[in-house]
Ligand binder design. Structure first.
Ligand SMILES: Cc1cc2nc3c(=O)[nH]c(=O)nc-3n(C[C@H](O)[C@H](O)[C@H](O)COP(=O)(O)OP(=O)(O)OC[C@H]3O[C@@H](n4cnc5c(N)ncnc54)[C@H](O)[C@@H]3O)c2cc1C
Length: 395
């Protein structure tokens, strides 16, 4: 079997890449380890940057998101007994975020690929990339082989692609945080119209949502937390203590339908390519979810890779492919810094002394009182515009 681009992983990065390549007349095969049902139900990100929304609409897969997604023009920072709104409409006019679950993006992309006759294979075992420096191919299943011009490693942080690069080629940069997020989904209308990021001395909490009837919450918890130790009542009690910290706010509770613990990690690998293997999304970098950047970075990588592959398959030019990693890493590092900064600003650190806590509160006061500081948060949160040379040209 032969294709132009062999894609490992059917998360947002792999599926969007396959779709964008199809729009450019480039063939691909997507190999995914999990079942379709599993990837369509995997609850993860939910905050889409302006550029992600524009990309999905431009690529013809944004119709349902436009109907069902919730555009937000601000977020609240809550600490010290008061809430402070970061108003996007004033600070970054014309730019906003849209709340729309990652699994909905995945469903829309799978539907589009299958409707166009795309080759997306689920429950594929033993995927291994080979001959990355010459004529690459992927073996999978029970001795099957996919020959391709290029391999896109879109298989997330634990995938096989990055691990197939010879030792010593990649440099990794990493930071682990001494806490995790306990995340829940609940069948209850959101208690607030906008996201609330709360800092308390007991730890961070986030009130988010997925639809007018479904809320999403996160609690900062110790890194070794087990979901079994958090029965529903304990979760609601802790959310109440952390979120009902301003006068007049009452948390509405409901049936919890999903619980999970997410470790907090920052990670970058450089370069994001080796031979004819190109890494995109979580396969190349991870951010703590505080800045809501992971899914959005995956989309940004895929835009750059699509342009580079389109140039390569049009006339054999490799300039954009050669510069792929460098082009992506600028945005990746901006998002790394923003995600680290939001995490540091809003979480409690066990080893933090009173001096450190004062610094944290001083910075929160600054961000919520200075327009310049608030603008820095707002423009990073809604996502910086894509550079001119990464514009898509899909139509
Ligand atoms: C709980 C949680 C909350 C998050 N919240 C946010 C948020 O609010 N905003 C945000 O922007 N980001 C958030 N993220 C991050 C975001 O979900 C990821 O950045 C995003 O999924 C990256 O997409 P991806 O396609 O690169 O990787 P993935 O979504 O991880 O997809 C990789 C795919 O490859 C498959 N795969 C792995 N190994 C193999 C193999 N050997 N063979 C074949 N297939 C393989 C996997 O099954 C998977 O389907 C969150 C993540 C988590 C876990």
């Amino acid at each position: 079997m032969r294709t132009q681009v062999g894609i490992i992983g059917a998360g947002p990065a792999g599926l969007l890449l396959s779709h964008l390549l199809h729009l450019r007349g480039i063939s691909s095969v997507v190999l995914e380890r999990r079942s379709r049902d599993y990837v369509e139900r995997r609850v993860r990100a939910g905050v889409l940057e302006q550029g992600t929304v524009d990309t999905l609409i431009e690529a013809g897969v944004g119709e349902r998101m436009r109907r069902e997604g919730l555009p937000h023009h601000g977020i609240e920072l809550r600490y010290g007994g008061a809430g402070h709104r970061i108003a996007f409409e004033k600070l970054v006019p014309g730019r906003a975020i849209t709340v729309y679950g990652q699994q909905e993006v995945v469903k829309d992309l799978i539907a589009a690929r299958l409707a166009a006759g795309g080759d997306v294979r689920f429950e594929v075992e033993n995927v291994v990339p080979h001959a990355l420096e010459s004529e690459p191919y992927i073996t999978f299943g029970d001795g099957e082989r996919l020959d391709c011009d290029v391999i896109a490693g879109c298989d997330g942080f634990h995938g096989v692609s990055r691990q197939s690069v010879p030792e010593g080629v990649l440099t990794t940069f990493e930071r682990e945080y001494p806490f995790a997020w306990l995340g829940i989904l609940a069948d209850v209308a959101p208690s607030s119209e906008e996201l609330i990021y709360t800092r308390t001395d007991r730890g961070f909490a986030l009130h988010s949502m997925r639809s007018p009837a479904v809320s999403r919450f996160y609690l900062q918890v110790p890194a070794d937390t087990r979901v079994e130790d958090w029965p529903d009542e304990r979760i609601w009690d802790e959310l109440r203590v952390r979120l009902e910290s301003v006068p007049g706010f009452t948390l509405t509770t409901g049936r919890i339908t999903e619980k999970g613990v997410t470790p907090m990690r920052s990670f970058v690998t450089e370069p994001m390519q080796y031979g004819r293997l190109y890494l995109a999304g979580d396969a190349a970098h991870i951010v703590p979810p505080t800045g809501a950047k992971g899914l959005n970075l995956a989309v940004a990588d895929v835009r750059v890779l699509t342009e580079a592959l389109a140039a390569y398959f049009a006339d054999g030019s490799t300039a954009l492919l050669d510069g792929y990693s460098e082009a992506c890493l600028k945005r990746v590092w901006r998002a790394q810094h923003f995600s680290w900064w939001m995490t540091t600003l809003l979480h409690t650190f066990e080893d933090e002394d009173a001096y450190g806590r004062r610094l944290q509160l001083s910075y929160l006061d600054y961000v919520t009182s200075s327009e310049a500081a608030a603008k820095t948060l707002a423009e990073n949160y809604v996502g910086l515009p894509f550079p001119e040379d990464a514009r898509l040209n899909v139509l």
